[in-house]
Ligand binder design. Structure first.
Ligand SMILES: Cc1cc2nc3c(=O)[nH]c(=O)nc-3n(C[C@H](O)[C@H](O)[C@H](O)COP(=O)(O)OP(=O)(O)OC[C@H]3O[C@@H](n4cnc5c(N)ncnc54)[C@H](O)[C@@H]3O)c2cc1C
Ligand code: SF4
Length: 331
């Protein structure tokens, strides 16, 4: 690993100023479990992915390490460790789909260091991206090695040029909860719904979200769920020890007398962004969930465009969606 300068920011505004001052080769760092021990250790770089030479530590900013319930909504600072979110009694009681998703990330050690902001803004895990010798589109090159190479773990939906799957577990739960994030930049702060946050390769193959180089994620706001809302989280992994999701599903729904009123179903591990299964939601609307869920979940097949080695994921996505909806009903 090359040497780098490290700054301990004490306010969000100071971090934004340092990013602005040092330009595109500066980056914020929180737990460092992806940036330092992954991207930088493995020399992941290219014309579209410059190697960082200045790091700005966010864990020294107390404002963004907290969990609070304000007017019924949950607010979590971006530098809050995942372990604190998984273990928070308030999150477990009011937003169990989020505490379960946070708990399912990696290992206890990584959850102790890894933060919410780092989890949401981590770079993808495609093995060609992480390999030093593959100058693919996402690094600013002119080829996607997943098209002809081993694409077993790649996207079945929404790929184009690049077939990454979004790696963050908490992103899936937060999209299902209709959450939003506060972003700080040189012009001040703004709130962006996660519906608008993630960016797929069709929009810009070099990025996974709208965050500009000189912006920092400050916190995440999760609205109070509707009274009696049902929630479920399921994550399927290749290995029973810690691993990224082969496929995950988060469900947040309002159901009355077994009939689906409203809700969100979001899948991870299938697309370059956390993917909302709106066709399944629409097929369930106003229906008896027990009898409609199988045919509604099967609609995912119409959206899927698997690569040579990952058609198995289509069946997993359908089966897991059905199971997660039924699990939410029983919650
Ligand atoms: C072995 C292993 C297994 C893992 N398994 C999983 C898993 O199962 N599920 C999963 O979701 N993740 C997994 N991860 C990925 C990840 O490391 C963790 O999820 C962790 O939460 C990342 O947080 P961090 O604070 O360490 O991020 P860092 O490494 O500090 O940062 C990651 C990226 O986010 C940016 N960033 C950090 N904070 C902010 C902010 N506030 N504003 C703007 N940008 C920011 C950084 O610039 C960097 O680009 C795994 C990682 C490892 C090493
Ligand atoms: S899937 Fe994306 S990150 Fe992976 S090789 Fe193709 S372009 Fe690169």
């Amino acid at each position: 690993m090359k040497s780098f300068e490290l700054y301990d920011a004490t306010t969000v505004e100071e971090a934004v100023g340092l990013l602005d001052q040092h330009g595109p080769t500066s980056k914020v760092v929180a737990g460092g479990t992806d940036l330092v021990t992954g991207i930088m250790k493995d020399w992941v770089q290219g014309p579209g992915m410059p190697y960082p030479d200045v790091l700005i530590d966010l864990t020294t900013i107390s404002e963004i390490n907290r969990i609070a319930v304000e007017d019924g909504a949950l607010r979590i600072g971006a530098a809050t460790p995942l372990a604190d979110i998984a273990e928070s009694a308030e999150v477990q009681a009011g937003w169990p789909v989020l505490s379960s998703a946070a708990h399912s990330v990696a290992s206890p050690l990584i959850r102790n260091f890894g933060t919410l902001g780092g989890n949401l803004n981590q770079r993808p895990r495609c093995w060609f991206l992480r390999g030093e010798h593959f100058p693919c589109y996402k690094k600013g090159g002119d080829f996607c090695f997943a098209v002809t190479g081993n694409n077993r773990m790649h996207a079945i939906i929404g790929g184009e040029l690049c077939y990454i799957v979004h790696p963050s577990d908490t992103a899936v739960a937060l999209l299902a909860l209709g959450a939003a994030t506060t972003i700080a930049g040189p012009a001040g702060r703004r709130e962006v719904a996660f519906d608008e946050y993630f960016v797929g390769p069709r929009e810009d193959v070099l990025r996974e979200n709208i965050l500009q180089h000189n912006e920092v994620m400050v916190d995440v706001k999760v609205p109070q769920p509707a009274a009696g809302a049902r929630m479920a989280w399921i994550k399927l992994k290749d290995r029973q020890v810690y691993d990224f999701a082969l496929t995950s599903v988060a469900v947040v729904a309002s159901v009355e007398n077994g009939v689906w009123q409203d809700g969100r179903i979001v899948l991870g591990g299938v697309a370059p962004t956390p993917w909302r299964a709106t066709m399944v939601e629409q097929a369930l609307a106003g229906k008896d969930v027990q009898s409609a869920v199988r045919s509604a979940s099967a609609l995912i097949r119409n959206e899927a465009r698997p690569l040579s080695l990952n058609a198995y994921k289509v069946d997993i996505a359908i089966g897991l969606t059905e199971r997660a909806v039924l699990q939410a009903m029983a919650a």
